[in-house]
Design a protein around this ligand. Structure first.
Ligand SMILES: Cc1cc2nc3c(=O)[nH]c(=O)nc-3n(C[C@H](O)[C@H](O)[C@H](O)COP(=O)(O)OP(=O)(O)OC[C@H]3O[C@@H](n4cnc5c(N)ncnc54)[C@H](O)[C@@H]3O)c2cc1C
Length: 460
């Protein structure tokens, strides 16, 4: 959308936070509790999904307060609920452009132009790609950057798989994939693993993992789906074929700072430069937190801690310069947070033919065979972070439509037969049906309006 077509908000925000990882949500919690009514732009696609990198992992075992660990997407859902409870406003879009040359600062998202007295940049980092031959062709058709999101899909079951990388993420993913694949090849560029000793031990002691040392990926081959990889050893031109149905990249991340267009001081890798441990950037009133300015620690807890510092410093600066308009609360204690809850499987007893959202094969079978309404079948898996983002979006779409379309959630780990029959090769996937006919398929997270446009077409 051109800038002149976007709506310009006529009030100036106190504070805009860009990014919804642990750094962004923690800034949101602190700033909202200081009555600053921050606007948090969650991100959508540009720099990874809303909720950030922890949406792409299973158990987080080192975030304080969860003695038995917590699923990454569940942790992010909780942070989000806490930020909202205290009054953080969320905008589910990407920041496309930013102008820090005059005050108030100006930000452009896909649909809006926003002005703000202060900004916290907490845009984290994104997964790197390799750029090998046929990478784009087989992306999501065998090549993935998230084993945790896609590992459970039927195409990978009992097949040989590969992981590229030698760090903690690569080792975690290789071990995780042995749950699904018959064997996992770990392709490591150097002659040792960079992972922590504990993680490396888990790989070395797992007989289902073969490590290919000093090796690199050359190309991906196959017909419609990946069927083999060509790899070669360092200092050799001889290629070696690995017959695998899936390859998962775990080769690090790049800081999401390109949208800044060098208006702030960045280092040669793109990290925002600050004084060690401080949130101030090279422009007054602009702060940073989390992985986008941290090339060293890169953890959930360090990102959260820097998000706290950034919000406290922004609050001081706004107050010193008399720039903030504070929220006046009727009560000091806000209402309880809307904690995310897992929906129970629909049974014969709980099934309702007109319910907007149900779960599992019983509801799917009943509605597929008996309902004349449009059906939205949403294929998810428990650890799929993007599914956490998509489900509430879709529920809102169905509520807004008002009962003419019914949603059914299918967990592909539990319902493997259905997932195979439906040809599901990644989550989230959404199918729109009417009277047993597949009308449309969406893959990944999309804007609400994209779902509405297609649904409306079939409602008329
Ligand atoms: C597979 C994996 C497993 C991990 N496991 C652990 C673990 O067990 N424990 C641990 O402590 N850490 C773990 N980490 C590291 C941890 O996830 C990161 O350190 C942490 O998420 C960084 O938080 P952040 O808020 O800085 O950024 P991120 O989590 O990267 O979030 C960045 C946010 O910014 C948004 N964004 C980006 N660009 C834009 C834009 N232009 N406009 C608007 N929004 C934008 C993104 O959508 C996202 O919401 C793991 C990381 C990975 C990849």
């Amino acid at each position: 959308m051109e800038a002149e077509e976007k709506s310009l908000k006529n009030h100036i925000e106190n504070l805009v936070i860009i990014g919804s990882g642990p750094a962004g949500y923690t800034s949101g919690i602190y700033a909202a509790r200081a009555n600053l009514q921050p606007l948090l732009i969650t991100g959508f696609q540009k720099g990874g999904i809303a909720g950030g990198q922890l949406m792409t992992t299973t158990f987080v075992e080192n975030f304080p307060g969860f003695p038995d660990g917590v699923l990454g997407p569940d942790l992010m859902d909780l942070m989000k609920a806490q930020a909202i409870r205290w009054g953080t406003k969320l905008l589910e879009e990407d920041v496309e452009k930013i102008d820090l040359s005059k005050r108030p600062f100006r930000l452009e998202t896909s649909n809006e132009i926003i002005t703000s007295h202060s900004i916290i940049i907490a845009t984290g980092a994104s997964a790197n790609k390799l750029g090998i031959q046929n990478e784009e062709k087989f992306w999501s058709l065998g090549i993935s950057a998230c084993a945790i999101c896609d590992g459970a899909t039927p195409q990978f079951r009992n097949e040989e798989l590969a992981v590229v990388g030698g760090g903690d993420s690569a080792c975690e993913e290789a071990v995780y994939l042995t749950k699904y694949g018959s064997h996992v090849h770990l392709i490591v560029r150097s002659d040792k693993l960079k992972a922590s000793a504990a993680m490396a031990d888990r790989v070395h002691s797992n007989s289902q993992i073969t490590i290919h040392w000093e090796s690199q990926l050359v190309s991906a081959q196959g017909e419609e789906w990946l069927s083999e990889l060509r790899i070669k050893k360092k200092n050799s031109s001889k290629e070696h074929v690995l017959k695998v149905k899936g390859v998962f990249y775990a080769i690090g991340h790049t800081p999401n700072s390109d949208f800044l267009n060098n208006q702030l001081e960045l280092d040669n890798k793109g990290y925002i430069i600050t004084q060690p441990g401080r949130p101030e950037t090279s422009i007054e009133g602009v702060y940073t937190a989390g992985d986008v300015s941290d090339s060293e620690w890169k953890q959930g807890i360090t990102a959260a801690s820097s998000g706290c510092k950034a919000a406290l410093v922004a609050e001081k600066w706004l107050s010193k310069n008399n720039l903030s308009t504070l929220l006046k609360r009727g009560s000091t204690e806000p209402a309880q947070a809307d904690s995310p809850q897992n929906l129970k499987e629909t049974t014969e007893e709980t099934f309702k033919s007109n319910s907007i959202w149900q779960k599992g094969s019983y509801a799917l079978r009943k509605l597929y065979h008996e309902s004349s309404k449009l059906l939205l079948v949403v294929y998810t898996s428990k650890s799929c972070g993007p599914c956490h983002i998509l489900k509430p979006q879709l529920k809102r779409v169905l509520e807004e439509i008002g009962g003419e379309v019914l949603g059914i959630e299918i967990d592909i780990e539990k319902e493997q037969k259905i997932a195979t029959q439906a040809g599901i090769n990644g989550t989230p996937t959404v199918h729109l049906f009417k009277e047993k006919k597949l009308l449309h398929q969406w893959k990944g997270v999309k804007q609400r309006k994209e779902f509405k446009e297609v649904i409306n077409k079939f409602m008329t």
